[in-house]
Design a protein around this ligand. Sequence first.
Ligand code: FES
Length: 95
Amino acid sequence: MTIILVNIKIHRNWAITSDGSHLMYVCLCTGVTDGQIRDAIFEGCCSYREVRQATGVASQCGKCACLAKQVVRETLTKVQSSQAAIPYPVEFNVA
Ligand code: FES
């Protein structure tokens, strides 16, 4: 009998999609990526709580909560600063 031990370490949660772009798995428990979090915000989520409800990120072990909050915060800041650059407000609604 042969026992093979495989030790795989995940140093970064990065993956490459079929179109060559990079995405980062924020939540390994639920498989939520940074792109899914950004999409949730672009589709109308305005807070971490709403993103969590929409995507399920950080709904199991919770170890990804800090990173998920960081992605939400960065994306909301970008959206708000891009809205400030146009002369009229734009609302994001869920279709
Ligand atoms: S890694 Fe996100 S809930 Fe466990």
